[in-house]
Design a protein around this ligand. Structure first.
Ligand SMILES: *Cc1c(COP(=O)(O)O)cnc(C)c1O
Length: 227
């Protein structure tokens, strides 16, 4: 079942990339609030990279699934007081949006692990309710990340506002692509533009996403979060 959904989703991703004449993006399977067994089933079907929103939930799940060699991404907001656990637990943190996190993640990344892969989260629609930096803060954050040997700057991440009008969503994706191209021109190691979720990943791919983050379309509806 999950294996069929995975192969259908990969096919849709490939079709969207073909239509846009772009390379197919990577699939990040968003497993927040899904049990470890669901992750194990998708991993058995060949999925390698998983995204989690909550540090403690992820920590327990990752421990339960060890020693599987899966790749784990933090895609939820990171509080500074959880930076030490995040730096030890994840392979990627996609939600770096302020200077304070950079020093903390770098300090706590264990020496025996490879550098932590980092994306800068951008609040592309300037929503008061959303995390992420302003586009004009990207250069300074990128410089600070690139200066840390324990961090690897890989690119940008965004969660555009869920505008009902697809033209407005497309405009946000396209602004992200321009910011990403600017960053990649300056930093050759930058190779990741993370945008697009279950409802809009084809549109994100058309505008140059190199990684799509998909939960519901893979796993089905999420259980609600216990308080
Ligand atoms: C939950 C979540 C997703 C996946 O959303 P779906 O609509 O279930 O695909 C992607 N990105 C982030 C940041 C999320 O929090």
């Amino acid at each position: 079942m999950l294996a069929d959904t995975l192969s259908e989703t990969l096919q849709r991703i490939e079709n969207a990339a073909d239509a846009a004449q772009r390379p197919a993006p990577r699939l990040l399977a968003v497993s927040k609030l899904q049990p470890a067994a669901a992750v194990a089933a998708l991993a058995a079907a060949g999925q390698h990279a998983f995204g989690e929103n909550y540090v403690q939930e992820a920590q327990a799940k990752i421990a339960e699934l060890a020693p599987s060699a899966l790749e784990w991404h933090l895609i939820g907001h990171l509080q500074s007081n959880k930076a030490d656990v995040a730096a030890r637990t994840f392979d990627w943190v996609q939600t770096v949006d302020r200077h304070k996190l950079i020093g903390a993640l770098s300090r706590y990344r264990p020496a025996e692990l490879p550098p932590l892969n980092v994306l800068i989260q951008v609040n592309i629609d300037d929503e008061a309710s959303k995390h992420g930096c302003h586009p004009q803060d990207i250069p300074a954050l990128a410089r600070a990340i690139a200066a840390e040997p324990r961090l690897a700057l890989r690119g940008l991440m965004a969660i555009p506002a869920p505008h009902p009008d697809p033209a407005l969503r497309a405009a946000a994706f396209s602004r992200m692509k321009a910011l990403y191209d600017g960053l990649a021109a300056e930093y050759p190691q930058v190779d990741t533009l993370s945008m697009g979720m279950s409802d809009d990943y084809a549109l994100a791919i058309a505008h140059g996403a190199t990684m799509v983050r998909i939960g519901t379309a893979l796993f089905g509806a999420r259980p609600t979060r216990s308080p």
